[in-house]
Design a protein around this ligand. Structure first.
Ligand code: F3S
Length: 399
């Protein structure tokens, strides 16, 4: 890989230990993937924030980097393992909280914004069209590439951090136009009537277009919340973190429709629900906000919960960013949601919080949420926000 003088100096340690280590990571990655050079990035999104996933070895690694590592570009964080303010309310142990706070401290020392959300594009880290990024949260990577028209690979936690310390990433994969060409036409022949249908669609496309870039037709309208759910699901279930959809993806019109065509029918959505939904009736945890809830989703939950009470046997989490929660406070949604006995889970989510063994069943709007919750040994049900609120209030899955 061709390096500039300044990049050579960084690799030689002229800017300290962390920059040298970061350059070693970026050069190794670049060489593996055949990059010719490094390219400047506009921002970085770092995943791997939960102490639940990092453990002591991860914390030690971060503390080492934080000694002299300071980020060179806007860098935001993915969800942590707990609500940083109200962790007790979510049943997190003091021991876990102490370690998680040390992880956050290390990130803060590096100059990273403690945003702790998987929807950075909703809270100010909004990339420009064509901008190169080094993001590592898969749903956000897909959203950035496909809805915003930015360019990013799906980074791992360490490679995203390395890009933040250098301000650059190796130029390969989805940074190159030739690798952003759609390779399969997906014709959607079915109506999408609720939020979870977008998760089911993502499942169906992810499975049928495994490791491909879909060019999607047949969808007439898509709201922001639909797209964020779809992005999370499609990449979780197998497709590349980029799709083209007319009216959604900037520049989609300029792409040639690929010859290979996959059809998505009503039966594919049904199959997705059948595969995602387990046999379970009693629901112990309900969680909406995967990816993190927008203010509109919080408003809807608040409206649906008005005058109701969450069942004794069930916990109801509304996972969102702290910024969205602050807006919800101002608009009165928080009061209604909390009066019903539901809890905000800011800065975290059901996949990265230490929940293994704590709940046996989950109801959610999210196909991605179901995928990860199964790894936490939960039986899962996916449905609309209405279905989820109903499950929270009755403690049962009724649809
Ligand atoms: Fe976000 Fe957690 Fe879902 S990181 S996309 S809420 S699994």
């Amino acid at each position: 890989m061709k390096l500039t003088k300044q990049e050579h100096a960084m690799l030689d340690g002229k800017e300290g230990y962390t920059v040298r280590k970061s350059m070693e990571i970026l050069v190794a990655l670049g060489e593996i993937f055949g990059a010719k050079s490094l390219i400047k990035v506009g921002s970085v999104q770092v995943a791997g924030v939960s102490y639940h996933n990092l453990g002591d070895a991860g914390l030690e690694f971060l503390n080492e980097l934080a000694k002299d590592g300071r980020v060179k570009v806007l860098t935001t964080l993915n969800p942590a393992g707990m609500d940083l303010e109200n962790w007790q309310q979510l049943g997190i142990s003091p021991e876990f909280a102490e370690k998680q706070n040390l992880v956050i401290k290390a990130f803060e020392k590096m100059g990273i914004l403690v945003t702790c959300t998987c929807t950075p594009y909703l809270i100010g880290n909004l990339p420009l069209y064509g901008e190169h990024l080094a993001w590592s949260e898969s749903s956000a990577v897909t959203f950035a590439n496909s809805v915003l028209g930015a360019k990013t690979n799906r980074e791992g936690g360490p490679s995203a951090l390395a890009a933040a310390f250098v301000g650059k990433t190796p130029c390969y994969g989805l940074h190159l136009e030739e690798n952003r060409v759609p390779d399969v036409h997906v014709q959607v022949n079915t109506q999408l009537t609720k939020l979870s249908d977008w998760g089911a669609l993502g499942y169906a496309i992810g499975k049928k277009a495994e490791n491909k870039i879909p060019y999607i037709t047949g969808i007439n309208a898509a709201e922001l919340d639909d797209l964020k759910s779809f992005c999370a699901s499609m990449v979780t279930y197998g497709a590349k973190p980029l799709f083209y959809m007319k009216g959604v993806t900037p520049g989609a019109e300029a792409q040639t429709q690929p010859r290979e065509t996959i059809l998505i029918e009503q039966s594919d959505l049904k199959n997705a629900y059948d595969n995602i939904n387990d046999e379970v009736t009693d629901i112990e945890l309900v969680c909406v906000g995967c990816p993190h809830c927008s203010i509109n989703e919080i408003a809807k939950v608040s409206e649906l919960l008005k005058g109701k009470k969450v069942a004794e046997s069930t916990e109801f989490w509304v996972a969102t960013s702290r910024s969205a929660k602050q807006l919800a406070d101002k608009r009165g949604y928080t009061q209604t949601i909390e009066a019903a006995g539901a809890k905000f889970a800011c800065d975290t989510c059901m996949a990265v919080a230490p929940l293994k063994g704590r709940f046996k069943s989950l109801a959610t709007t999210s196909a991605k949420g179901c995928f990860y919750s199964r790894q936490n040994l939960m039986k899962t049900k996916m449905g609309s926000i209405e279905d989820c609120v109903n499950a929270a209030v009755t403690g049962k899955w009724n649809s």
